[in-house]
Design a protein around this ligand. Sequence first.
Ligand code: ADP
Length: 105
Amino acid sequence: KKLSISASTGSSAASGDRRVQELRLDQIRRPLQGTRTNDPKKVKQLVDSIAEIGLQEPIDVLEVEGKYYGFSGCHRYEAHQQLGKETILCKVRRASKTTLKMHMM
Ligand code: ADP
């Protein structure tokens, strides 16, 4: 799970389909938001930690037909919102509509 930025953008077989980049929070669709609630204590701890040392692990985002979808990283995403940040570092993976549908189930 721990993937460094250089490793994920390096010359692996999956390069081209994966990259690490900053996305604006409002660019990331979160289809399951509202179906799950974040643990406020976790979010608070992340707020403090991210303010101090920054985001150490990008959140995973799917890119499907030019749109971005986040299904995990919910606490890190909310922590960024609370910190008033405009962007978040994402590990972006290009995927098909079929993969997207599977994530929606
Ligand atoms: P999320 O819903 O965002 O995945 P979790 O509480 O399940 O929240 O996991 C928190 C994740 O945030 C861990 O994988 C941890 O490695 C990562 N992380 C990234 N940056 C930080 C940071 N600055 N302080 C603490 N954890 C961090």
